[in-house]
Design a protein around this ligand. Structure first.
Ligand SMILES: C[S@@+](CC[C@H](N)C(=O)[O-])C[C@H]1O[C@@H](n2cnc3c(N)ncnc32)[C@H](O)[C@@H]1O
Length: 276
């Protein structure tokens, strides 16, 4: 499907059909964040997950918090002005362009998701500051070359780009080789670019999380694969992790007074591509 620039015509104006009888990860996540863009099947799956693993709600919120914190770091401290946010999700508070453009109004952001429901909300993502620009691309992470081709319509790949992969890589099965996908993306951006990853952890906590994943995999359209620290660390091969490294979400540059004992079972990291 074609994609749309800020205020342009295109897919956001087209009728979009999607199956509401099967739970979808974007809408289940929306429910955990307290959103209203979900249907009965999504709510049933989300509620079952909460029964299996009550920590999932603070975990989802901590992940969203990390998105805002990492984009703030990239825009304010690292001087990044271009963002490729893959697996955008249904718009909520602190969308990437809002955080980045509050610091650097000229920031350019390309959002990518493969959920047609996210597409119907693309207008909210296209409300760019006039000095910057945003675009929405309906595409699949498992086809990174196509995704990059389209993103190049708005982003200048001769200049640093932050590639954001937040809470999406666990929806890519091992057989689709998520590490190769990340390598393809990072090979396309120049030195000085960044990779941001958040990923559910298989080695923090609990049987509860494993049970939740097992049950979600029975009802949700996209499967979930939690991964351990070493496997998530491989996404950053060849890159330099910024402090504090690949850590639990609650330990990534927490603001003073934050609850460091947060139960969130997610590995997060931000890394810079160095010169060869
Ligand atoms: C759990 S949400 C995360 C949203 C946001 N990144 C965040 O962290 O707050 C995962 C998103 O990834 C999208 N997604 C899952 N698999 C995808 C794929 N193969 N290609 C593109 N988007 C995908 C889903 O549609 C959903 O919107």
């Amino acid at each position: 499907m074609a994609w749309d620039h800020q205020n342009g015509a295109g897919p956001v104006d087209d009728p979009v059909l999607f199956d509401t009888s099967v739970a979808h990860c974007a809408r289940v996540y929306d429910y955990w964040l307290g959103g209203k863009d979900n249907f009965a099947a999504d709510r049933a799956a989300a509620e079952q997950a909460i029964r299996d693993c009550p920590d999932i709600v603070p975990t989802a919120r901590a992940n969203r918090w990390f998105l805002a914190r990492s984009v703030q770091f990239l825009a304010a401290d690292a001087g990044i002005r271009q963002f490729l946010d893959i697996g955008t999700g249904i718009p909520t508070g602190n969308n990437t362009h809002e955080v980045a453009q509050a610091i650097a109004p000229g920031s350019r952001v390309v959002y990518v998701d493969n959920d047609p429901l996210v597409l119907t909300h693309a207008r909210a993502l296209l409300a760019s500051h006039p000095d910057g620009a945003t675009a929405y691309e309906e595409a699949d992470l498992r086809d990174p070359e196509l995704l990059l081709d389209r993103a190049a319509e708005l982003l200048d790949f001769r200049r640093p780009v932050a590639v954001l992969l937040l809470a999406i890589l666990h929806h890519v099965d091992d057989e689709d080789d998520p590490h190769k996908i990340v390598t393809t993306l990072m090979n396309a951006v120049p030195p000085g670019s960044y990779l941001v990853v958040s990923h559910p952890a298989s080695d923090i906590g609990s049987e509860a999380a494993a049970k939740m994943a097992e049950n979600l995999n029975e009802v949700m359209a996209e499967k979930t694969t939690a991964r351990d620290h070493a496997t998530v660390a491989r996404f950053f091969d060849g890159l330099e992790l910024v402090a504090p490294g690949l850590v639990r979400v609650s330990d990534w540059r927490p603001p003073a007074g934050a609850n460091a004992g947060y139960p969130a079972a997610i590995w997060v990291g931000v890394a810079r591509k160095q010169r060869c």
